[in-house]
Design a protein. Structure first.
Length: 131
C-alpha cells in the first residue's frame, strides 16, 4: 500500500494542480469578460479587480499547464492573501461570515504548490528532463 501511495503521489499532485488551475481560470474570466455570467455581474473590472482578473486568468492557465508552477503559485498565493485582507477581513474576523473561505483556501493551496512543484504531469517536468 505504501509503494502505491508513493508512486501515485506526484500524479495526484498534478491532478490537484490541474483542477485548481481550471477553477481559477473561471474567476478571471468572470472578472474580465463576464463569462460565465454571475448574479453580481462582471466584465467591467478596473483597478485591483482588473489585476486580479489578469492574474487569475493567465496565472491559472500557466498553473493548469504546470509551467513556471512554483513562481506562479507564489504570486497567486500572495494575491489571494491580499484579496482576503483587503476585501474580506475588514467585514468580519471569521472567514465563514466574511465569505473569504475560498480566498484563504486558494491562498494556502498555492503556497503549498510553491514548495511542492507541479507534480509528475507538468510542463516544468518535461522542460527539466530536456535540460
Amino acid at each position: 500500500m505504501n509503494s502505491f501511495l508513493t508512486t501515485w503521489r506526484p500524479r495526484i499532485l498534478s491532478v490537484l494542480r490541474i483542477i485548481v488551475g481550471f477553477l481559477l481560470i473561471w474567476h478571471g474570466s468572470q472578472k474580465l469578460f463576464g463569462f460565465p455570467p454571475s448574479p453580481g455581474g462582471g466584465g467591467n473590472a478596473s483597478g485591483l479587480m482588473l489585476v486580479a482578473g489578469i492574474l487569475e486568468l493567465f496565472g491559472g492557465s500557466l498553473f493548469l499547464l504546470g509551467l513556471f508552477t512554483r513562481p506562479v503559485a507564489f504570486i497567486l498565493s500572495g494575491m489571494l492573501a491580499a484579496a482576503y485582507f483587503t476585501v474580506h477581513a475588514p467585514q468580519n474576523f471569521f472567514p465563514i461570515i466574511n465569505k473569504g473561505e475560498l480566498a484563504v483556501l486558494y491562498c494556502f493551496v498555492f503556497l503549498y504548490f510553491a514548495f511542492a512543484g507541479g507534480g509528475a504531469w507538468s510542463l516544468d517536468k518535461i522542460i527539466r528532463k530536456r535540460e
